[in-house]
Ligand binder design. Structure first.
Ligand code: HEC
Ligand code: HEC
Length: 317
């Protein structure tokens, strides 16, 4: 009696074992295609992503043994395939630099929201968590802290002097045409406050982001999501001219673009008026008013930030 019972348990165990082994044979293929164009970013930025994100969002997936066992293998394979389809750090390097940056802004948002790495994955792979220091590495790359120290200050004032010279030379005699969506040029932006500026890694361009008084007040009072009506930002870009001593100087003016907040007037373009003027003759950008879609589309990854990329110091965590 007892032995018949024991034999039955044994059989069930053997069968379960066979089923388990059999299931191991059902393996969707997961390959590592070649790395064609890795994200262009400084090594410390890539190191952070490598530690926390590359196992899913790259062509360099390395599975520990416990992920090789079905059913864990099925879950991980599905996650990796989906993750690569959304964002692949091994192929994103072929996109223009601003788009790579846009992807990183979205990545930082996902990390800050606790959405990435996938929480279910983190429970089993705690080493993939993004530490506060690592998050800072990513944030500092996207929005470098204001330059400090005498050398940096000297660079900045040299750039400022050139910039003021350019404004003085170009703006006086120009009559600037309105943008195709009706927005008028705002020459006053040169008196706005610098919120962020960088000459780093940016496709050989330098850029400066300025905010008007409403923006500066909103930052001081931490009312930046949504930004109040009347907020305006300018982003100015120049070509970068290294002077041979490793110091970059501002070269030719490329463009200035604006975001102007008015939740009613610009409701159809996410509450912001968008406009861009290019070249030293300040030619309005866009064939017709539809060009705003291009702007909105690329700012979409930061919709949770009211479509603004720049994370002012003091704002947000
Ligand atoms: C376990 C695998 C896994 C890891 C690790 C992981 N992700 Fe993801 N990620 C996914 C999957 C699956 C999706 C798509 C489905 C979804 O949005 O939930 C996704 C989507 C995303 C998206 C949205 C992309 C889009 O276009 O919608 C971003 C951004 C992102 N991940 C960033 C990151 C970052 C940054 C890290 C590292 C800090 C990371 N992920 C780590 C699996 C992963
Ligand atoms: C290819 C993606 C892309 C497109 C297209 C784009 N932007 Fe941006 N924009 C960015 C990124 C990324 C930043 C963050 C600053 C940086 O890294 O240069 C930014 C920043 C800005 C800023 C400074 C405020 C902020 O969000 O940080 C303004 C103003 C701006 N863009 C206006 C425009 C206008 C106007 C257009 C359309 C004519 C436009 N942008 C199209 C990617 C884009």
């Amino acid at each position: 009696m007892a032995s018949a019972y024991g034999a039955r348990v044994l059989w069930i165990a053997v069968l379960a074992g066979l089923v388990f082994l059999g299931l191991q044979l059902i393996r969707p293929t997961l390959t590592n295609p070649p790395v064609t164009a890795e994200l262009q970013a400084p090594p410390e930025v890539r190191a952070v992503l490598r530690q926390s994100c590359y196992s899913c969002h790259s062509n360099e997936t390395k599975l520990p043994w416990f992920d090789q066992v079905v059913p864990a293998y099925w879950i991980v394979t599905k996650d990796v395939k989906e993750a690569r389809a959304h964002l692949n750090f091994s192929e994103i390097g072929k996109l223009p630099a601003p788009q790579q940056k846009a992807a990183l802004y979205e990545a930082v948002n996902m990390i800050q929201l606790g959405a990435m790495p996938l929480p279910s994955y983190l429970r089993v792979h705690p080493g993939a968590a993004v530490s506060a220091e690592n998050l800072k590495v990513l944030r500092d790359y996207l929005n470098p802290p204001a330059p400090a120290g005498a050398a940096a200050a000297a660079d900045t004032s040299a750039a400022d002097a050139q910039y003021k010279g350019w404004i003085a030379a170009s703006n006086q005699t120009l009559t600037v045409k309105a943008s195709p969506n009706g927005i008028e040029f705002l020459p006053d932006y040169k008196n706005w406050k610098t919120i962020s500026s960088t000459d780093r890694y940016d496709n050989h361009t330098m850029r400066e982001i300025l905010g008007n008084d409403v923006a500066v007040k909103a930052i001081a009072e931490n009312h930046i999501n949504p930004w109040p009506d009347g907020t305006a930002f300018a982003k100015v870009a120049w070509a970068q001219q290294p002077d041979g001593k490793g110091v970059s100087q501002t070269g030719a003016f490329i463009q200035v673009e604006f975001m102007i907040r008015d939740s009613k007037k610009y409701a159809s373009t996410k509450g912001w008026g968008w406009a861009r003027w290019r070249g030293t003759d300040l030619k309005p950008y866009g064939k017709d008013a539809d060009f705003s879609k291009e702007c909105v589309g690329c700012h979409e990854p930061v919709r949770q930030n009211d479509y603004v990329y720049t994370m002012p110091l003091g704002g947000q965590q």
